[in-house]
Write a protein that binds this ligand. Structure first.
Ligand code: SAM
Ligand code: SF4
Length: 338
């Protein structure tokens, strides 16, 4: 069979862009301190948010015209969006031209609704799940998420595994002095339960603006602390941001995401779509590109393709957190889509 034609999307630094993060809502039922304020964040109006049809049309362009092979749904909290399995069903049918296989469709969630919808998501074609879990201690979990829902999240993790999400990854934002004493506990938890913890360095994208370099726990330190108890060896990896390590005794893997101390921008193959249809070429980008305007003013696929290509032509080499020239982006994490 002749492969379908597509145009690879290449940025000015010769990086092939082929991974799309779609935020499907700015709303959330949690208020994690490193992401949202306790109250006062102004939600987008319903009409401002892209409809499932609009999201699917854009996703189809990325997959079919630019050969994107990965899509991740995020937010805000994606599970608060009504009828989510319907969207998953629409997106999971997209076929990557170069492989003639369905796109890899993943989701990042706080896990609190999975007992209710994990089965429907699996049946609709969701392939992978990352679940955020910042502490195994109910009090610290409450302190970090401002919600007393550790049991619900644990139950959500179990529900996901019961319906066949076998390789759940646990996203843990590490904050010095808050949950960094749990590093080895998380490694033990992952080993005992067949899940991969992924420790994420705290980035300056919190709405409260409380981020400081002192609160970042460097990925190297995390790896060292685990390696002292459970010896590790590095795994060669592709463009994904996580540095992965395997336990030498074969008991699984652990990942670290050194976004601050060792940015992975040189390998970045990722772009983002916010809930209101702004296209962003970096989590830390200051500029965005209004795809919703083009969609809603009757723009053709050609118009959207040209707008996406022009935007990717502005993708910068990388962010500079920690340097004097770093500018904090105007949106916080839940407004971009992590
Ligand atoms: N609500 C979902 C969740 O929490 O998994 C999806 C959206 S959330 C913004 C996506 C990921 O970004 C989560 O794993 C979260 O822990 C992470 N995150 C949020 N704010 C962050 C920050 N300031 N630094 C690093 N990671 C952050
Ligand atoms: Fe909500 Fe996720 Fe942000 Fe926490 S990290 S407040 S769960 S969007």
């Amino acid at each position: 069979m002749t492969p379908k034609s597509f145009v690879p999307l290449i940025d000015p630094f010769d990086r092939r862009v082929r991974d799309l993060r779609i935020s499907i809502t700015d709303r959330c039922n949690f208020r994690c301190t490193y992401c949202m304020p306790e109250e006062g964040l102004k939600w987008l109006d319903r009409a401002e948010i892209l409809s499932f049809e609009e999201i699917t049309r854009l996703a189809r362009i990325f997959v079919e015209n630019f050969d994107f092979d990965g899509i991740r749904l995020t937010g805000g909290e994606p599970t608060v969006r009504a009828d989510l399995p319907l969207l998953v069903e629409k997106l999971s049918g997209l076929i990557v031209p170069s492989t003639d296989k369905p796109v890899d469709l993943a989701m990042t969630t706080n896990g609190s609704a999975l007992r209710l919808i994990a089965k429907d998501l699996k049946e609709a074609g969701l392939t992978r799940l990352n679940i955020s879990l910042d502490s195994l201690d109910p009090q610290i979990f409450h302190q970090m998420t401002r919600r007393n829902h550790l049991d619900k999240v644990m139950d959500g993790i179990n529900a996901a595994r019961e319906v066949g999400f076998h390789h759940v990854k646990l996203n843990i934002v590490m904050i010095r002095g808050t949950n960094d004493h749990e590093i080895v506990d998380f490694a033990t938890f992952g080993r005992e339960n067949g899940m991969q913890p992924r420790f994420i360095e705290f980035m300056p994208l919190d709405a409260d603006g409380a981020w400081t370099m002192e609160k970042v726990v460097p990925a190297d330190e995390i790896v060292e602390r685990i390696n002292d108890v459970y010896p590790l060896e590095p795994i060669l990896h592709g463009p994904e941001p996580a540095q992965r390590f395997a336990y030498k005794d074969g008991m699984g893997e652990v990942g670290v995401i050194p976004s601050v101390t060792k940015p992975f921008c040189g390998n970045c193959d990722r772009v983002r779509l916010t809930a209101e249809g702004k296209f962003m070429t970096c989590l830390f980008a200051i500029d965005d590109f209004d795809l919703r305007k083009t969609l809603r003013s009757g723009g053709s696929d050609r118009d959207l393709i040209r707008q996406i290509q022009a935007a990717v032509g502005t993708k910068w080499a990388g962010h500079s957190i920690g340097n004097v020239n770093f500018i904090r982006p105007p949106r916080s994490m839940s407004q971009i889509g992590g």
